[in-house]
Design a protein around this ligand. Sequence first.
Ligand SMILES: Cc1ncc(COP(=O)(O)O)c(C=O)c1O
Length: 420
Amino acid sequence: MKSAPAWNEEKVRAAFPALAQTDDGMVRLYGDAPGGTQVAARVLERMRESLIEHCANDGGLFRTSRLAEDTMLAAHATAATFLGAANAQEVVFGLNTTSLIFHFSRMLAREWRAGDEIVVSRMDHDSNIAPWLIAAEERGVSVRWLEFDTATFQYRYDMLADLVGPRTRLIACNHASNLLGTINDVERIVAAGRSVGAVTVVDAVQSAPHFALNAGAIGCDLLMTSPYKYFGPHAGLAYVRTEIAERLRPLKVRPSPDTMPYRHAPGTPSFEAQLGTVGAIEHMAWLGEEFGGAAGASLRTRIERGYSAASAHESELSRQFLSIAAELPKMRIFGISDPAANHGRVPTFSFTIAGHTPAAIAEAFARRNIFVWNGSFYAYEIAGVLGVRDNGGVARIGLAHYNTAAEIAAVGAVLRELAA
Ligand SMILES: Cc1ncc(COP(=O)(O)O)c(C=O)c1O
């Protein structure tokens, strides 16, 4: 392996066509990554290839149909490497994470009996809560809650032993919070679930943009991601452990194949989104080649090195952001705020500033063409616990590896003004 050259912000940014755009001469500062990232050029190339070179349904004997099918199957294999799945049979593409969880909840709930229990978590996006609550209500199953600590913003792992038992059918948890930014020890939660034979579901939507996933090592049954949060197109991408994929009775039309990847992917898929997702994965691998010294290495190694290089850069930006926040007594961060404790969080910062509503904060940024979110981002339970659900929520700046130190300085200038 060659030694890795230093991170080059300009070179990285050149890989994202959207970043060069201006509005009335003003540059755009994208601080909205947790809501959806900008798209890498490779994604556009792959989607273009799909839509021009083999835009057809699969299953036919003619050239474009065969190509569509081949690239679809290859996309599953690439996604398996990306997710840390054993093989392409453990991969399901869908419309988005929410609809994938609803889809699997319906099949899983058929296995539940009245009096069974499930465990959901207070730190999840509602897409990994509501589908389970609805299924539990329909099946007469009771719901137990894994809480988080409002001082440390960590899960209450001490609750696990009491929460799981012989009747626990499912445990659903969050890998990285879309509001707090906490990175969670999902291995520990999954191990607790598996010890009683429960199905384990990990929402990795907010971890996938920041570190390499390894579903096999986590040991979960389902792991969910949304490629539009990691530089790809609007789509959902799930890992489904073989045992579960085979066990669940599929929700499918009768003539479609019973085998993966068709078994749990009803209807015609977005071939272009699958190819676009391959482009997003190739982008991460390219970072590994350019800045991780991994040129010529396996796809998995290039992906891992790409993430390591990107997260080292993000970590430095986080440190800069948190150092600015630490100077501002009127600013309150909901999440790990110690610049030295960066490793425990993704660069997603939710905050309030005394004297301003979150909407006013987002508007102050928007006037400078800086894109930040306000509200509670469907982190419905977190917002409830923090007491911000019904009063405008929080402001949220979320970074990706295409953000720069100069951008953090620009964000800092606005924060200082607001918090003066
Ligand atoms: C942590 C988390 N889970 C799930 C979702 C829902 O994903 P999708 O929009 O793909 O349904 C989001 C979206 O913001 C999220 O942040």
